[in-house]
Design a protein around this ligand. Structure first.
Ligand code: EPU
Length: 338
């Protein structure tokens, strides 16, 4: 038996979508040894377990999960300092924005554009979180993860993580094989600012640039566009922005001259999924308590008592209507927990 084992609890407070689901067994884990005990407990009892942390990128679609391990490993430790850089090793369970504020308050640059992203530090490399022209891979140094099958700790370098757009090795070939324990980031003492995102440069016009003015501007853009999960359940962007070939894009552009796009270095073109979804008429749509947000069509919302399956069904309807109209198959960004 493990300490602090809870039984038959509601998972609603543990997911930003605020979906009601139950955990038959549940445990908070604050250290590596508690994590090992929890895994041992699962093995002895032959329990299927799921790992959660901030719960900001998951959709619970089952009514009950057998065993949930909630990662709350804390700590922010300086591991390196030079004239230019500081490295911090941060526990997987630290809230991402807590760490952003910690760095912004010290005037350290690198993650100010990633202010106010919900979720935990441990989830940040999982899907290479990104916003307003910056991705976690830009400040990533290394991470420690525990291999589930052996209980061994392994260090992953930037290269090992195979980061891509909202992608990493942990969402692909190593899915469900490792649990992230801590992440080390490198922050700059003399920050290089990135205000390439249109609305950001607009808001910062005539302001003196600093990590804190940029962080404040990012926070105000997010608050104006994205629903606050503490008010209305959501998990941020539900889909990824699709990438198409230049040739395919030109054909679409002939038909839809106003289609927004970003050119990628590999010659392909990225199209905002929010525009595709809005153009199919979904923005502001609501069926029971499942809906498509009225200010940002890429975000699905739970108005109160939507089930995970109602959100999933809505997402499937959106995928098929975008496919029908544009011939593009949207990929989900949110992790559907089965
Ligand atoms: N747009 C619409 N209708 C909408 C929403 C967007 O037409 O309802 C079009 C507009 O043309 C707008 C463009 O899409 O200019 C881009 O919209 P936005 O700047 O809001 O960004 P996004 O591409 O929809 C991505 C990330 C967000 C991140 C923002 C800013 C993905 C899947 N999402 O959204 O990340 O905050 O850029 O960098 O890449 C998240 O991952 O959860 C997330 C919120």
């Amino acid at each position: 038996m493990i300490k602090n084992l809870k039984r038959n609890i509601s998972l609603k407070p543990y997911n930003t979508f605020a979906i009601e689901a139950k955990a038959k067994y549940f445990t908070d884990v604050f250290s590596i040894s508690q994590l090992k005990n929890a895994l041992q407990f699962a093995k002895e009892n032959n329990f299927q377990f799921k790992i959660i942390s901030g719960g900001s990128n998951v959709l619970f679609v089952e009514q009950e999960y057998e065993f949930i391990i909630h990662i709350l490993i804390g700590g922010i430790e300086k591991t390196f300092e030079s004239e230019y850089e500081i490295h911090y090793k941060v526990g997987a369970g630290v809230k991402w924005h807590t760490f952003v504020k910690y760095c912004v308050n010290k005037g350290l640059g690198g993650i100010e554009n990633l202010s106010l992203i919900p979720g935990s530090v441990g989830a940040s490399p999982m899907q290479n979180i990104g916003a307003y022209g910056v991705e976690i891979k830009d400040v990533f140094k290394s991470l420690t993860a525990l291999e589930i099958s052996t209980g061994q700790l392994k260090i992953f370098s930037l290269k090992d993580c195979k980061f891509g757009y909202r992608e990493s090795v942990f969402k692909n070939e190593l899915k469900n094989k490792f649990i992230i324990i801590d992440v080390t980031y490198k922050l700059l003492k003399n920050p290089k600012f990135n205000i390439s995102y249109g609305a950001l440069s607009g808001l910062l016009e005539k302001k003196e640039l600093s990590v804190s003015t940029i962080s404040d501007a990012v926070i105000s853009i997010r608050q104006s566009k994205l629903p606050d999960p503490s008010v209305i359940g959501n998990a941020g962007s539900f889909f990824k922005n699709p990438e198409v070939s230049n040739e395919r894009f030109n054909k679409l552009k002939e038909k839809y001259p106003e289609i927004p796009s970003y050119n990628l270095e590999n010659g392909n073109v990225k199209i905002p999924a929010g525009w595709l979804i809005e153009t199919c008429g979904w923005k502001g749509f609501r069926k029971n308590d499942a809906g498509c947000h009225k200010h940002q069509a890429l975000v699905l919302v739970n108005y109160g008592s939507a089930t995970g399956n109602e959100i999933l069904d809505l997402s499937d309807e959106i995928v098929s209507s975008v496919k029908q109209k544009f011939g593009i198959e949207l990929q989900k960004e949110v992790n559907i927990l089965k």
